[in-house]
Design a protein around this ligand. Sequence first.
Ligand code: C2E
Ligand code: CA
Ligand code: CA
Length: 581
Amino acid sequence: MAHVPDRPTHSSLVSEGDSILADTLRLSVSKHKIDEHFTLVWANRYYYDFIGYPKDEYEALFQNRPDLYFADNPEDFGVIAEHVTEALEKNTGGYECIAGLNVKGGHKWVKFVSTFLDEYVDGCQLSYTTMTDVTDLVEAQQHLEEANVELERLAFVDPVTKGFNQTRFDLTARRVIDQAELGAYALVALDLKKFKLLNEIQGTESGDMVLRFVYDRLRAHLDGDECVGRINADAFNVLMRDEGAQAMYERIDGMVQDINRFNVDAERPYFLSFTVGVYPIDDTSLPMTLVRDRANVARGSSKEASNARHFTCMFYSDVDRQNLLSEQDMENRMHGALERGEFVAYFQPKQLLADGSIGGAEALVRWIDPVRGLVPPDDFVPYFERNGFIINVDLCVFEQVCALLASWIEQGRQPVPISVNMSRAHLREQDFLTPYEKIRARYGVPASLIEFELTETLVFGDPETFKGVIDLLHARGYRCSLDDFGSGYSSLNVLKDVDIDTMKLDRAFFSAGDDAGQREWDVVESVVDLAKKLDLGTVAEGVEEPGQAARLRAIDCDMLQGYVFSRPVPVAEFEQMLFGE
Ligand code: C2E
Ligand code: CA
Ligand code: CA
């Protein structure tokens, strides 16, 4: 191969016409020898614009030798050389590649397209090469890749432990579970006890250190496809091979002891304790959130105090299903439950004693929980009254009632009034009625079809406020009933002061069943009498015996709501009873 660059002459290498045409192009076209320098033998005008060096300067500096031109970035020269070599070997007649180019005062990404010619100079084949600036494209691509990496990091990496976050854990665990046999794995949920305290005393930095440490120790105990993730704050999940409860318990024990080994020589040891729940995954159709829920339910129900081994552990299979509802558990789940529509109104019909027909119904909430099944309100309403969440639940029930009434009206069916319970928590809010009114307006349902059931405890010992609430409800057209009358606090005096529409006799009146003595019936009768005199409707609650129903009819009680007629039922069943189709 020739080593000394030729002085190219236009006449010998490019025809004059072609040269003129090439000079008008806004595309860099150059002709090279395929030697080790890729010696430039000719270039159009735009070539020099492209690299930023006037022709003379380029020739003086680099002597038409691209290898010299690439002296600062030999790797880019290498990329081109590689393509050339390959093209020659495979006899493809040319190549395309992208390489960096140090143009004057800057850097470009350039796409090279080269065609080998059937022309030779000094025994060297020639080639035509065009160069296109693809800097924007390449940079955009690089940004995209960086952004993807960053997104992936944000989506999958826990910033504290640098390990799996929940998303990554769930994806990984899901894949492992799906590929394994049923029953091969268990989800182990571990919560660090009193971590908040640790954070407060020692500062979040050392709190983070502890989390990182725990994560790393847990991971060190894993095998094969097992994985660990930090789910939130101080909660970790481990997907563990299910080799039986005893074996798993021993492994968990091993993990916890290992984590606490740093105390061995400590003067004042600080033990990290855990509450642990294990769900041996026996239903692979469950989404990861429910798998986790079950492990957490087990964890939440381990009652024993942390033992000398620094952890308590419970298996889902051993959980007493009746006893699942820890407050913390509910607190964690209530918002999601509301969003997922797990609070469902059931309807208990009220029977008109005069003719046995249905005169209305009470909406009673149930928590249809995918883990626990149907949870009765007594198991969660008292707790939600304390934390205020009952407001959301009440509004959710109210909305279901409005939707139901609206659908009846729309279908031309004769609606019956529905009552809803209103917790006293609402009264802590100014304008507590506004959210109700917004919902009702949305469904365009007349207020007269809705009754609020209020207990005296609503405004315990404050008849003025109670009166105010009822007046407000009446002003908007709602009906009001006094719930649980006779359950303890109520006194007949209230009835005179407060302008309610209906009195609901508490089921305590009827708890003795058909065996109730005459004295008890006398009380019921006088209460019903008094209600009549005050022009109140009467509903007897919790009636279970047909004999009681007959007696209530005899003393002219208006309605009955009790198991003797119907339990609270889902909406479809209620409609069936009401419209009989
Ligand atoms: P409540 O307002 O006194 O509702 C009547 C309760 O008596 C219902 O219990 C109903 O199922 C039950 N019951 C009806 N007939 C009979 C019977 O013949 N025998 C017996 N043993 N019980 C009968 P549930 O549905 O369990 O509701 C319990 C309480 O939870 C309700 O008592 C109410 O205080 C509260 N609650 C229910 N739904 C809601 C709601 O949406 N919001 C609020 N704030 N509280 C609700
Ligand atoms: Ca009620
Ligand atoms: Ca009641």
